[in-house]
Design a protein. Structure first.
Length: 175
């Protein structure tokens, strides 16, 4: 293994207060991994990657760990309960962050009263997260995207702005 400490600012765009160590392993052929240990972000990558390929890989892993860390800072249950009261929507039985939702911002299973929110939203402005939460909360009362659903979602004054923001975030990126 060859360890390389990365100078702050190179790879740590989202976790500026956490030093990033890139460890290049000759045993590692195709996989990469990142974890926090002793106040540092350790990123394990295959030895011999081209610099630009390594940079992309490390950037992606730093972003993923950042989202996970940020999502633990938002009390999703409390936020959903507050929004449900304010906008007269049902309260979910279960709500959780999901790191598996890469093509959706959120999902709802009305029959179970369960909502999952992509942890990609943890780093976005609160009003964007609120818009997605309201969208999913509205599904607890109206499963489809018909007129009644649109009226429920439309109670939130920043819905259209948040849609535009999320469309811009999705443009040209695989998320």
């Amino acid at each position: 293994m060859v360890a390389g400490s990365v100078t702050p600012g190179t790879y740590d765009r989202n976790m500026s207060d956490l030093p990033v160590d890139v460890v290049r392993s000759k045993r590692r052929k195709r996989t990469a991994q990142a974890y926090i240990k002793e106040g540092r972000l350790k990123v394990m990558v295959p030895f011999g990657l081209a610099a630009d390929e390594e940079a992309l890989l490390v950037d992606g892993l730093v972003a993923r760990v950042s989202r996970k860390v940020l999502s633990t800072e938002v009390d999703l249950v409390q936020r959903a309960q507050t929004l449900a009261r304010r906008y007269r929507l049902s309260v979910p039985k279960r709500i959780e962050w999901s790191d598996r939702q890469m093509s959706r911002w959120g999902s709802c299973t009305p029959s179970e009263g369960a909502i999952r929110i992509s942890n990609r939203l943890a780093s976005m402005p609160a009003w964007v997260l609120d818009s997605v939460l309201i969208h999913e909360l509205a599904h607890l009362d109206e499963a489809n995207h018909g007129p009644r659903f649109k009226a429920l979602v439309g109670r939130y004054e920043l819905t259209e702005r948040a849609k535009g923001y999320l469309m811009a975030m999705s443009e040209g990126r695989t998320m």
